[in-house]
Design a protein around this ligand. Structure first.
Ligand SMILES: Cc1cc2nc3c(=O)[nH]c(=O)nc-3n(C[C@H](O)[C@H](O)[C@H](O)COP(=O)(O)OP(=O)(O)OC[C@H]3O[C@@H](n4cnc5c(N)ncnc54)[C@H](O)[C@@H]3O)c2cc1C
Length: 375
C-alpha cells in the first residue's frame, strides 16, 4: 500500500492522562490538532493508577517538584469539574485527606522528621498520637504508633478521568486517531517535524509532543533522548462496601490503600525494574499485603476483586521531562511522571499547552524539568 502524508499544527503522540490533558488545554485554540494512540488509551500507566493526589505525602524535601505537584493539586477541582460537565462522566474526585502512619519506632522517627520540615515550610498538616488515631479511625490497627494527617490531599478514579477527557475532546476539533503507532520522529526542513507510523505513513506537523509514557525509548527520536525506565507496579483491589474509613492510608515501605466511592479498596503497590513485563506475582503482592496485618487487618479478609500491574515512566533523577528538545524547539517531551502522573496531569497540560502556543520556553518553572539536563 502507498504511504500517505498528512499535515497538522500539533501532533500529540500517546493518549494517556498526559497526552489527553495537553490536548484538553489546547482544545479551544483554532489549530489543527491530532492526538494519536497506538493501542488502548491510558496504556499501562494511567489505567493502572490508584489515583492518589498527594504532593506532601510523596516528597522527602521541598523543591520544584513539590511546587509543581501542589500547583496541580490546586487545579484539580476545576479541571475535573470542566471534564465532567463536558463529558457527562464522573471522575470520582474525593477530597478525602491522607494519613501516613507508623507502626515501629524507626518509622515514627522518619514520620516526625518529615512532619518537622513540612511544618517549618508552613504546610498544612497535623500530627496524630496513637490514642487519637485509635479514637478517630477505629478501622485501623491498635499497632499504629502515630500518623501525619494531610487534610487537603485527595484521590480520583484515573481511568474514568481519562474516559471523561476523551469524551470531552470528542466534542472539540481535536482529532483522535487510535490504532496508530509512531515508530520514528524526523526533523524536516522549514521547522517542521514528521512522525512516521509503523505502516510507513507520515504525519507532518509544525510541532510534535511526545507523551508515550514509559515507551519513549522504543521510538526512534533524534538525539539526545531522555532516558525513561519502566518501573513496574503491582496492585489489587478488594470489595468491602461497609468500610467506614474514607482516608487514603500510606504505610511503610511504600504500601497504601485507597477506599474508592464504588465500595472497593485499592491496595498497592510494588516498584520493580523488570523491563516491560506486566505480571502479578505472589511475592510482589505479599510485599504490600503483609504489613497490613499491623495497619488494617480487616482488609486482608475482604474478597479479592482484581489484581493488575502497570508501568510508571521513570527518569534517573525521578523528575518528569517537560520541555523542548535541546536541538529542535518544535519537538516537545512530556513524560517521566513516574509515581505522580495523575496528580501532575492538569499542570502538565496547562504548561505544555502554553509552551506550544507561545512557541518559546517562557515559563521558568519548567526549567528544572528540561530535557536538556540529559545532554
Ligand atoms: C501501579 C501504579 C499506581 C500508580 N498510582 C498513581 C497514583 O496514585 N497517583 C499518581 O499521580 N500516579 C500514579 N501512578 C503513575 C501514573 O499512572 C503515571 O505517571 C501516568 O499515568 C503516566 O501517564 P502517561 O500519559 O505519561 O503514560 P500512559 O498512561 O502510559 O500513556 C501513554 C500512552 O502512549 C501510548 N503510546 C506509547 N507509545 C506509543 C507510540 N509509539 N505511538 C502511539 N502511542 C503510543 C500508550 O499506548 C499509552 O496509551 C501509578 C502508576 C502505576 C503503574
Amino acid at each position: 500500500m502507498e504511504s500517505r502524508t498528512t499535515d497538522w499544527d500539533i501532533v500529540i503522540v500517546g493518549a494517556g492522562i498526559i497526552g489527553c490533558s495537553i490536548a484538553w488545554h489546547l482544545r479551544q485554540s483554532s489549530l489543527r490538532i491530532l492526538l494519536v494512540e497506538r493501542a488502548e488509551p491510558g496504556g499501562l500507566a494511567t489505567n493502572a493508577a490508584a489515583g492518589i493526589l498527594g504532593p506532601l505525602n510523596e516528597t522527602s524535601s521541598p523543591g520544584p517538584l513539590l511546587d509543581l505537584m501542589q500547583e496541580s493539586l490546586a487545579m484539580y477541582p476545576a479541571f475535573v469539574d470542566e471534564v465532567q460537565r463536558s463529558s457527562g462522566l464522573s471522575a470520582d474526585l474525593v477530597p478525602s485527606g491522607i494519613l501516613s502512619v507508623a507502626t515501629s519506632q524507626d518509622e515514627m522517627k522518619q514520620l516526625l522528621s518529615r512532619w518537622e520540615w513540612q511544618k517549618s515550610e508552613g504546610k498544612d498538616l497535623t500530627f496524630l498520637q496513637a490514642d487519637q488515631v485509635r479514637k478517630e479511625f477505629p478501622e485501623l490497627s491498635k499497632d499504629i504508633l502515630g500518623a501525619i494527617h494531610y487534610p487537603h490531599e485527595s484521590h480520583v478514579f484515573a481511568p474514568r478521568l481519562l474516559k471523561g477527557l476523551l469524551g470531552g475532546l470528542g466534542r472539540t476539533s481535536v482529532v483522535f486517531r487510535s490504532g496508530t503507532s509512531i515508530r520514528k520522529i524526523r526533523p524536516e526542513p522549514k521547522n517542521e517535524m514528521t512522525a512516521e507510523t509503523s505502516h510507513g505513513d507520515r504525519i507532518r506537523s509544525r510541532q510534535i509532543v511526545l507523551t508515550p509514557g514509559a515507551y519513549l525509548n522504543e521510538m526512534e527520536v533524534p538525539d539526545p533522548v531522555p532516558p525513561i525506565i519502566p518501573a513496574n507496579g503491582q496492585i489489587l483491589s478488594v470489595r468491602i462496601p461497609d468500610f467506614s474509613l474514607r482516608k487514603v492510608v500510606f504505610y511503610p515501605e511504600k504500601g497504601y490503600f485507597v477506599p474508592k466511592l464504588d465500595g472497593t479498596v485499592v491496595i498497592g503497590a510494588t516498584e520493580e525494574t523488570v523491563g516491560f513485563q506486566t505480571r502479578v506475582t505472589p511475592r510482589g503482592i505479599m510485599e504490600f499485603l503483609s504489613p497490613l496485618e499491623h495497619v488494617c487487618p480487616r482488609l486482608l479478609d475482604a474478597p479479592l476483586q482484581m489484581t493488575w500491574s502497570g508501568l510508571r515512566p521513570k527518569t534517573p533523577d525521578c523528575l518528569p521531562v517537560l520541555g523542548s528538545h535541546p536541538h529542535y524547539p518544535n519537538l516537545v517531551f512530556a513524560t517521566g511522571h513516574y509515581r505522580n502522573g495523575i496528580l501532575l496531569a492538569p499542570v502538565t497540560g496547562k504548561k505544555i499547552a502554553r509552551l506550544l502556543l507561545a512557541g518559546n520556553p517562557g515559563d521558568s518553572s519548567l526549567l528544572p524539568f528540561s530535557p536538556a539536563r540529559f545532554i
